[in-house]
Structures are given as C-alpha cells and as structure tokens.
Design a protein around this ligand. Structure first.
Ligand code: AMP
Ligand code: FE
Ligand code: FE
Ligand code: ZN
Length: 283
C-alpha cells in the first residue's frame, strides 16, 4: 500500500493550467496520490469531466476552487473545499467572476494597445493552446501573456508579467472585485470550508494580519516547493486557531514546471480532519 497523500491545489486548462482535467487525473494516478482537489481560478468547470474519471481511477476527488479576492486593494487567493459542485451560490460566484474577467481582459487589451501591442479578444482566445468546448473556463493574465508572446511582443511569459501585467505594472487592471468576507460567506453558504491559500506568498505583514482576523476554517500550510522549516510557521498559526491544515502543489503543468503534481500534500490525518469538518457542516 502506498502512503496516503492528498494534493489539494492544482490547475487545469479550465483556468491557467496547461493540462486538461483528464490529464491531471491521469497524472494523479501515476504519482500515486490517494486524493486530489482541482482548484482552478474562479471556476469549477473541470469537475464535469474529472468526477467520473477520478472515480474510475480510484482517486478521492474533493470539490475545490481558488477564488480571487481583494483585501486592502491587494489581491488575495482563497481556497474553497467540500461544497456540492451543483451548489447555486458557488455557481453564481463563478459566473460573476467570468463577467469580471471578460471586462478586465478587454481593459488590459486596451492598455496594451496604448503600448503598441495590438491583440483582439479573438486573438487572445485563439492563442490558448488547448481548445475547450466548454465556456466555463477562466481566462486571465497568463493567457494574455501567452498571446503577447505569440505575437512577438515579448519573448517570455515572465517578461510579459515583469514589464506589463504584474500587479504594479502599467497594464495591470484590478477590475471589479470581490471581498474576502463575501467570498468566505459564499463558501460557507455552500457548506464548504474556506482556506487561506499559500500564505507563504503574502509579503505584506499588515495584509496577513488582516487576513488572519477573517472567518477562515483553515490554512494551506504545505505549499509548492517550500521547505519544511517554512511550513512550521504556518502550522503554528493554524494550530493556534484550531484551523484545518491543508496543502498542495499549485500544479499548473508546463507554465510552472517546478511545481509537479504531488510536490506538496497532506497525509491521512489532516485529510480526515477536513472530511470530518465537512460532515458536521452537512449533517
Ligand atoms: P489572474 O487570475 O488573471 O489575475 O492571473 C493570476 C495568475 O497569473 C496567477 O494565479 C499565476 O498563475 C499567474 N502569474 C502571476 N504572476 C506571474 C508571473 N510573474 N509569472 C508567471 N505567472 C504569473
Ligand atoms: Fe494560476
Ligand atoms: Fe494562487
Ligand atoms: Zn493556484
């Protein structure tokens, strides 16, 4: 028997991952993972195909999503787990995000035009390598970066983010945004648990302290490539609050080749604790 490992953070072609939901389930099986959560940005579209495939592969698939929120004008990612994939509250928030993303992408393309980079919305869609029949896909800055590269305006995704698309750059648009509080409320309404995503990446201490006051159920203590001594800090905070402890790789496929599926994970004890909490939410 393999050791129980659950990777609760990864992306597919339904947002900015390079691998389809089919491929991610195949990789999960190949990596010997026992459980998985697909946490695409602002969409749960992948679950339509992933649920039957995970079942076939004997992998426990926990419904998940990574929502984009804004706190003190800073972008904050928040994970939701364990809701029903047909839940209206979650589906509605995903739809609102789709509209936000469309308007924001159009605004970014306008700004790029001012810098002499001409990309139409159609060209943006056309540039995405894997075509999907579904319309529930989250399109964002990584796709715009890819289109910029395709048209020869930049030579790498890093250059696109570094010069134009990064949070502090000239073509960054925040767009319509959703608060941490309303996003946590939506996840709770859907009987899921709300988790602070990758606190490791939050450099602003004031922002982190604000976030720690919110009504979260858990924290992503094990994340990506971070070594054990870094996790200690997050485990201490989570345990002190009696929060759930989650973890995952943030696998994006070819876009972030260092973050392989299963790179970070939680064991049976933390995964069971999460399932127990969900059971009390859904008696
Ligand atoms: P969006 O949701 O459209 O704001 O895009 C955010 C996503 O872009 C993040 O989740 C990352 O996957 C990706 N991203 C952010 N910054 C960078 C960067 N400097 N280089 C490559 N990808 C990035
Ligand atoms: Fe991403
Ligand atoms: Fe994130
Ligand atoms: Zn992520």
């Amino acid at each position: 028997m393999n050791e129980f490992r659950a990777d609760l953070h990864c992306h597919t072609t339904s947002s900015d991952g390079s691998e389809t939901p089919e491929e991610v389930i195949r990789l999960a099986k190949e990596s010997g993972l026992s459980a998985l959560s697909i946490t695409d940005h602002d969409t749960i579209d992948a679950y339509t195909t992933a649920i039957p495939l995970a079942q076939e592969a004997g992998i426990t698939l926990l419904p998940g999503v990574e929502f984009s929120t804004v706190l003190n004008q800073k972008s904050v990612h928040l994970l939701g787990y364990g809701f029903q994939v047909h839940d209206e509250a979650i589906k509605n928030l995903c739809l609102k995000h789709a509209e936000r993303r469309r308007n924001r992408n159009l605004a970014v393309l306008e700004l790029l035009k001012k810098h002499g980079m001409f990309i139409t919305y159609e060209e943006l869609i056309e540039a995405i390598p894997v075509k999907l029949a579904s319309t529930g896909r989250s399109i964002g800055r990584p796709h715009i970066a890819f289109a910029m590269m395709n048209k020869g305006y930049v030579s790498s995704i890093q250059e696109a983010f570094g010069k134009y698309l990064g949070d502090e750059c000239s073509c960054f648009v925040q767009g319509n945004s959703f608060t941490v509080d309303e996003t946590i409320d939506t996840i709770h309404q859907a009987k899921g648990v709300a988790v602070i995503a990758h606190p490791h990446l939050i450099k602003n201490t004031a922002l982190l302290n604000e976030l720690l006051k919110k009504d979260f159920d858990g924290m992503e203590c094990y994340y990506g490539n971070f070594p054990a001594h870094v996790q200690t800090r997050w485990l201490k905070i989570a345990k002190h609050r009696n929060w759930l402890i989650t973890g995952g790789s943030d696998f994006h496929g070819k876009a972030k080749p260092n973050l392989t599926l299963g790179r970070s994970w939680i064991g049976q004890e933390h995964f069971q604790a999460l399932l127990e909490r969900l059971k009390t939410n859904n008696p």
